[in-house]
Design a protein around this ligand. Structure first.
Ligand code: G3P
Length: 218
């Protein structure tokens, strides 16, 4: 299973990369807007200098021509740029064109299995179902994800599934159990995955027992 970091924050990316568990990064316009006044393309380049795996950068155009133009520009920033394209008719048309030109794509804003199937048929490299946002509207994100994985397996589709909109560590456990190829995880949640109170308690106990041992025997 691969872990991507869902952020445009360079410090978070550097920190997660230093743990040796980071396989890629996903950004979106909301995440970039949280960074204040940054040059979007320069930030994507900076991220690509830190992470050798796929780095998703999203187009803003909503029409086919604009999406293809933007995608080609973004893909020139670095060889590991993956262009994120929204799940619309123009988006899928753009992905079909781009996949023939070997531009890597990530179809975003996917909320059901049929949308994911369309993305795979258009030749998308990745498809991103938004688990948390599906839960937010009272549906079950995990069962949508399970359907997508089963359908892709039925037809041996090569598109990799990125579980996105991850809201808590339990989501990560659940998407891993389903065999999802990738989870894109916010930094705060990736950090939470390290934690267990018994780990902290265990460390405290080991250290205090060691102090006792030193007092007694040295
Ligand atoms: O990768 C997509 C993700 O950033 C959306 O997450 O929490 O805004 O639904 P969220």
């Amino acid at each position: 299973m691969k872990f991507f970091l869902d952020t445009a924050n360079i410090d978070e990316i550097k920190d997660a990369a230093s743990w040796g568990v980071l396989d890629g990064v996903t950004t979106n316009p909301t995440l970039v807007s949280r960074e204040g006044k940054v040059d979007f393309k320069a930030r994507i380049k900076e991220i690509c200098d830190v992470v050798s795996g796929p780095v998703s950068a999203e187009v803003i155009s909503m029409d086919y021509d604009g999406m293809v133009k933007e995608a080609l520009e973004l893909s020139k920033i670095a060889k590991n740029v993956t262009v994120k394209i929204p799940m619309t008719k123009d988006g899928i048309r753009a992905v079909s064109t781009l996949s023939k030109q070997n531009v890597k794509t990530n179809v975003t804003l996917v909320f059901n299995a049929n949308q994911a199937l369309l993305a795979a048929k258009s030749g998308a490299t990745f498809v991103s179902p938004f688990i948390g946002r599906i839960d937010d509207v009272g549906n079950d994100g995990m069962s949508v994800l399970a359907d997508i994985l089963e359908i892709f397996k039925n037809y041996d589709l090569k598109t990799e599934v990125i579980a996105a909109s991850i809201r808590h560590p339990e989501h990560v456990r659940q998407v891993a159990l389903l065999g999802t190829h990738i989870a894109t995880i916010p930094y705060k949640i990736l950090k939470m995955m390290f934690d267990h109170p018994l780990t902290d308690k265990g460390i405290k106990r080991f250290l205090s027992d060691w102090e006792e041992y030193k007092k007694k025997f040295s």
